[in-house]
Design a protein around this ligand. Structure first.
Ligand SMILES: *Cc1c(COP(=O)(O)O)cnc(C)c1O
Length: 379
């Protein structure tokens, strides 16, 4: 099946009991057994739920993976991966990553004895330098958040293989519409389904997808033991969102290009971060590894003053000032005070994240209206 057919059909089946074409919301915590241990594959909804099963199958099929696991949030999915590790183990992560991932690594798992190295990954030299026999995971987010650097997944997979470590790719920004990391050698794909996958800003959820049976079993054990599982209603909402993922992504990419080009020629804009520009430092990798360049854009105003950025953010009419991304509606944000506030200022500066950076999640509205909003807000 091609991608647009998969978003609608892959992994989901009409309800066997009624023929309902849309996956019903199995709002139940438990399942009746005929005799002790004699059940229909469902015992308790922390472990399995039929609505969740179909969502997991759908996400796994889209990522060209074998096993999907759905979680109560992207962070619950991340938490489950790090619980594969033991004290003394080491992780090498990109230095420009989702603030919540940085927070759980440094504030929750570092005190438990797991060591994290944060390095730029535009070339793999910095990663190789940190590899030791204790390296168990390499953590990649691409494009990165919020600086839109693109990391070569195949190159990272080669380093991970050499090191005997697992390669994790956070595919939240790209979605499987733009890239499928498992095909490029990743071992685990992690998602915040809250963002593009759900696409309607109405549910918080996460997922993992893997190929390996043993790894899937270990993650499923940890998930069931720790309990970060989603409810069936949220699974239904994400499943419904996924059915239009290909259409939404196509429009996000078209609008993203138009907005990036508009910003780039604006005299008050100093710098635009978007991997679709031919002179973006990682454009070649992006063009090779991604189908298109997405709708996430960051920019800095001339003068690089935080108060100018704040004034623009306050003036937007259509771009809503809010955390999150990937919904049908356009959002704007100020990473230094919002999504990335949990990263210390000196770490942010080292990664090149300026205090005046504005991040846009370009939605699927008519792009003329979005550009008019940018025009009036930037002035
Ligand atoms: C939002 C986000 C997460 C965390 O997901 P939640 O669903 O908010 O827990 C992880 N990674 C990236 C890239 C994100 O944007």
């Amino acid at each position: 099946m091609k991608f647009g057919t998969k978003t609608i059909h892959a992994g989901v089946h009409p309800d066997p009991a009624t023929g309902a074409i849309m996956t019903p919301i199995y709002q139940t915590s438990t399942y009746v057994q005929r005799s002790p241990g004699d059940h229909k594959g469902y015992e308790y909804s922390r472990t399995h739920n039929p609505t969740r099963t179909q969502l997991q199958n759908s996400v796994a099929a889209l990522e060209n993976g074998k096993h999907g696991l759905a979680f109560a949030s992207g962070m619950a999915a991340t938490d489950c991966i790090i619980k594969l590790l033991q004290p003394g183990d080491e992780v090498i992560s990109t230095n420009d990553l989702y603030g919540g991932s940085y927070r759980i690594f440094t504030k929750v798992f570092e005190p438990l004895g797991i060591k994290f190295h944060f390095v730029p990954m535009h070339d793999m030299t910095a990663v190789r330098e940190k590899v030791t026999e204790r390296t168990k995971l390499i953590w990649v987010e691409t494009p990165t958040n919020p600086l839109l650097n693109v990391i070569d997944i195949e190159a990272a997979a080669a380093v991970a293989k050499e090191a005997g470590a697992l390669l994790v790719v956070d595919n939240t920004f790209s979605t499987p519409y733009l890239q499928t990391p498992l095909d490029l050698g990743a071992d685990i794909v992690v998602h915040s389904l809250t963002k593009y996958m759900g696409g309607h800003s109405d549910a918080v959820m996460g997922a993992l997808v893997v190929q390996d049976d043993e790894l899937a079993q270990r993650l499923a054990f940890l998930q069931n033991a720790s309990g970060g599982t989603p409810g069936p209603q949220d699974c239904f909402l994400i499943l419904r969102g996924i059915k239009t993922l290909h259409l939404r992504m196509q429009r996000h990419c078209e609008n993203g290009r138009a907005v990036a080009e508009y910003l780039r020629q604006h005299p008050k804009v100093a710098k635009v971060y978007w991997p679709g520009f031919a002179d973006h430092p990682n454009h070649e990798i992006a063009a090779r590894q991604m189908r298109d360049f997405g709708g996430m854009i960051s920019f800095v105003l001339q003068g690089d003053r935080k108060e100018d950025a704040v004034a623009v953010l306050e003036k937007f009419q259509l771009f809503a000032l809010a955390e999150s991304l990937g919904g049908v509606e356009s959002l704007c944000g100020h990473p230094a005070t919002m999504t990335h506030a949990s990263i210390p200022p000196e770490e942010r500066r080292k990664a090149g994240l300026s205090d005046s950076l504005i991040r846009l999640s370009v939605g699927i509205e008519d792009v003329e209206d979005l550009i008019e909003d940018l025009r009036q807000a930037i002035g």
